[in-house]
Design a protein around this ligand. Structure first.
Ligand SMILES: CNc1ncnc2c1ncn2[C@@H]1O[C@H](COP(=O)(O)O)[C@@H](O)[C@H]1O
Ligand SMILES: [Zn+2]
Length: 354
């Protein structure tokens, strides 16, 4: 019981009704079972089964195996129609889970076979966001263009240019840049010029940092930018092989952490919920935001992640409320939207605590 790997599926209505902010969600990792079924029926010749696209209850994989899963999903999502459907479904699912503000991130892909270009990729996600808005789906969505570190310096620079173009033309929908991909591939040093350029042109930066051990040098370099938010940061603190100076940089610059509990358990970078680094940062009073990472692949949702954090670390409902409310301060959208969201939280409070 002290070292839980599996959490109850039953999510209390309090966590469902709790208004939430999701800041760390990879589009293709967030595709639900239902949407995967639709994709599989569109492409039966690929012979993909659902077991290949998700990591079920109680299952764990190496991080490397997780990245194989993304390759399978990418095969299923390779046309504009697929992206439109996937993005629309994912946005509506987050809304149905009580997420009021969502920052989606995705790596623009070019697919020679279907004629998909990186530009059309992003345009299609924008279209999904606009369509959901038109339909009155109760959620504000913004987008981060992702760099897959695997692809190196040149692609990173191209991606920044693309992100900048969209930041200027997307009516505020593209707000930033994400650095993700297999953390064991490539080195952050080669991506610094691209990231610096992104920062200079006003894109907000969310970087996957110290997701695996022994990346002190890379984390130190990237923290000097500094980024606007950190994804995971699992191995930053000294107790797990990080260092006091890394922690100091994070604290000094007040850089919020995006923490994804189930993702880290299922990807085996954290041994069990009770040992998740949420505890370290939350106890310190450092801005810590609960996120899902890949709700489809890891078979979770944001309500479940809040409940897991609360039950593991003994958080009261008031503390959980404060946790979701504090996430508003960490969003990349402008202050005017922050104020609107804070108002929304106040309006919803009596209903959630009824
Ligand atoms: C589990 N921890 C993780 N660590 C690092 N990068 C991850 C990730 N989970 C997902 N991604 C990144 O997101 C891509 C899939 O979504 P998109 O095709 O971009 O929408 C993956 O290929 C990887 O680059
Ligand atoms: Zn991630």
């Amino acid at each position: 019981a002290l070292c839980k790997l599996v959490m109850d599926n039953e999510v209390d209505v309090f966590y469902r009704e709790l208004p939430k902010v999701e800041l760390h969600a990879h589009l293709n990792g967030s595709v639900s079972f239902q949407t995967i079924e639709k994709l599989i029926s569109r492409k039966p010749h690929l012979n993909i089964e659902h077991g290949m696209t998700a990591i079920g209850k109680g299952q764990r994989r190496t991080l490397d195996e997780c990245f194989q899963v993304f390759k399978v999903i990418h095969q299923l999502v390779d046309t504009e129609e697929d992206i439109l459907m996937v993005a629309t479904d994912v946005i509506k699912e987050f809304a149905a889970d009580g997420v009021k503000y969502l920052e989606l991130r995705s790596t623009p892909r070019e697919e020679k076979n279907t004629g998909l270009t990186k530009k059309r990729y992003i345009e299609t996600v924008m279209k999904a966001i606009q369509q959901c808005r038109k339909e009155g789906v109760d959620i504000d969505v913004r987008f981060l263009v992702a760099i897959d570190r695997r692809n190196g310096t040149e692609v990173a620079m191209e991606t920044v240019k693309l992100a900048e173009e969209f930041m200027l033309s997307s009516d505020g929908l593209v707000v930033g840049l994400d650095l993700s991909g297999d953390p064991t591939v490539g080195h952050g040093r080669d991506l610094l010029p691209a990231l610096q350029k992104a920062k200079n042109c006003g894109l907000k930066l969310s970087l996957h940092l110290s997701e695996v051990p022994s990346q002190l040098e890379e984390s130190d370099l990237l923290l000097n930018l500094p980024p606007d938010r950190i994804g995971h940061g699992t191995f930053l603190h000294p107790e797990v092989g990080g260092s006091a100076s890394l922690v100091e940089k994070v604290v000094k610059n007040n850089i919020p952490l995006e923490l994804c509990l189930t993702s880290n358990i299922k990807g085996q970078t954290v041994p069990c919920y009770a040992q998740h680094h949420f505890k370290y940062w939350y106890q310190m009073g450092h801005p810590s935001v609960i996120c899902t990472d890949d709700k489809g692949v890891f078979c979770t949702d944001l309500s479940q992640e809040y409940q897991v954090a609360a039950s593991t670390f003994g958080l009261s409902r008031e503390a959980v409320w404060k946790l979701s409310q504090s996430a508003i301060d960490c969003i990349f959208a402008p202050d005017s939207l922050k104020q609107q969201l804070k108002q929304k939280w106040m309006d919803l409070q009596p209903q959630v605590f009824k």
